[in-house]
Design a protein around this ligand. Structure first.
Ligand SMILES: Cc1cc2nc3c(=O)[nH]c(=O)nc-3n(C[C@H](O)[C@H](O)[C@H](O)COP(=O)(O)O)c2cc1C
Length: 428
């Protein structure tokens, strides 16, 4: 049976799947549920102490599913919220979404985190705290240091810096505008206050994620977590405005291929990844590749997503929205999918396939085997949809049945997907 354990920054995880910071880890009980579900690590809901004596009513949060289809399982979906300040890891915060709650002090929060770290020992689950800013209110040195110290005393295994604000807000771009103040300072101050691994979360929205990850590495980060949520504006066209205020942060499966690309480009920042006209284009010779651990975050909903991230060069991957929607059982399912794939491929350890992804060069493209459409005449009703959708003009109708001209077909599979009668199958 495949060994899913991974080790980085001096931490051993029984598997590389983490629950990302968010509602799934908002208090002791929900965190315990995640540990029981078998995740290798959990990142606790972010602590947002702007001032150390902060203890006030939080604002109301907004939460909604955003999907093209009522059944999210069948379409790309996401989960939006503006609710980060409303919910904190604290015993007084009731489970569930929305609603205002009293924001706990750092001491109260630390007490709850301590309970979580004690329980984690029974489940061989690592616990990562998430400290830092929220929204437009930025933490200062004193706050970063106090939170790092408190979380270390609470027994966590590592600290994720919430340098990418959640809900996603404009301050994300401050990181690029002034990385010394908004990235280097939090890293250095947290490292001075704690001997634990420090992982800044690097936003993608409003931020040069790849460049800032290299910057964080240079500033002493022990690893990076790209990314947090993205600002989104889903417009309600009946009311002609955004349905909820403040450009809610959005996560979800749509982001996995984009972020997998980011992870790959971080690991290969000095190399071109595009070949145009047979020659290499791109690559930033002055941008060092990210060599510290990468904990990917964005769109993980299957074992394939985690495997893809790891093949692209990540050390572990987080999932958040999927667990909100599917429940903690998503953990066991994703891990089984990973382990089945490893068994099928003959991989014994995660390191066997970590960072092995290679891009196809232009000269190799033509030798890649292509899909070929095969028409079942008994199912083809001559609707012409495949003909219209084939931008290579490889499809035509002959005697009211679809026909493929192999010399034009490049195996894009569009005809297969658009055929309403399933008359087209694919030969590999
Ligand atoms: C409702 C909600 C609340 C979140 N709260 C936090 C948070 O407190 N701290 C944080 O760093 N990230 C937070 N996130 C971001 C997630 O941890 C994650 O980085 C992001 O959603 C992308 O991953 P996903 O596509 O798997 O959800 C939150 C995400 C959602 C959807």
């Amino acid at each position: 049976m495949a060994d899913l354990s991974v080790e980085f920054s001096g931490i051993r995880l029984k598997n590389p799947l983490m629950v990302g910071a968010g509602p799934n880890t908002m208090n002791f009980q929900t965190s315990l549920d995640c540990m029981k579900a078998g995740f290798g690590a959990i990142v606790i809901r972010s602590l947002h102490t702007t001032h150390l004596d902060d203890h006030k009513e939080s604002s109301r949060g907004f939460w909604r599913i955003y999907s093209a289809n009522k059944n999210y399982k069948k379409s790309l979906y996401s989960f939006q919220s503006t609710g980060a300040p409303a919910q904190r890891v604290h015993k007084n915060v009731p489970p569930g979404f929305g609603g205002a709650a009293v924001m706990p002090t750092l001491e109260e929060y630390t007490e709850e985190v301590y309970k979580i770290t004690r329980a984690a020992k029974d489940y061989d689950c690592r616990v990562i705290a998430s400290t830092g800013w929220c929204g437009a209110r930025l933490s200062d040195e004193e706050v970063w240091a106090a939170e790092a110290k408190a979380m270390t005393e609470a027994g966590v295994d590592a600290i994720e810096l919430h340098t990418g604000p959640s809900p996603a807000t404009e301050p994300g771009r401050f990181i690029t505008v002034d990385p010394h103040k908004y990235l280097e300072m939090p890293i250095k101050v947290s490292k001075q206050a704690s001997n634990l691994p420090i992982f800044p979360k690097i936003p993608a929205d409003c931020c040069d994620t790849i460049g800032m990850s290299a910057f964080a590495q240079k500033a002493g980060a022990d690893g990076v977590v790209p990314v947090t949520r993205w600002i989104s504006i889903p417009v309600d066209i009946e009311n002609e405005k955004e349905p909820v205020w403040r450009g809610p942060g959005i996560g979800g499966p749509w982001s996995a291929p984009i972020m997998t690309g980011f992870v790959f480009r971080m690991r290969h920042a000095d190399q071109p990844i595009n070949y145009v006209g047979g020659g290499p284009v791109g690559g930033f010779p002055d941008s060092p590749p990210v060599t510290v651990p990468i904990i990917a975050s964005g769109g993980v909903r299957s074992g394939a997503d985690v495997i893809g991230y790891i093949m692209a060069g990540a050390d572990a991957a987080q999932t958040c929205v999927q667990v909100i929607l599917e429940g903690v059982g998503a953990g066991g399912r994703i891990l089984k999918e990973m382990s089945d794939w490893m068994d099928r491929k003959g991989y014994q350890r995660v390191s066997d396939f970590q960072g092995t992804l290679k891009l196809v060069g232009n000269k190799d493209v033509l030798s890649i085997p292509q899909w070929q459409p095969v028409i079942d005449d008994s199912l083809c009703n001559g609707c012409n949809i495949c003909v219209k959708s084939c931008y290579n003009h490889a499809m035509s109708l002959v005697d009211n049945k679809a026909r493929v001209d192999d010399s034009y077909c490049e195996g894009c599979r569009t005809c297969y997907y658009v055929c309403p009668t399933n008359a087209i199958s694919l030969k590999g």
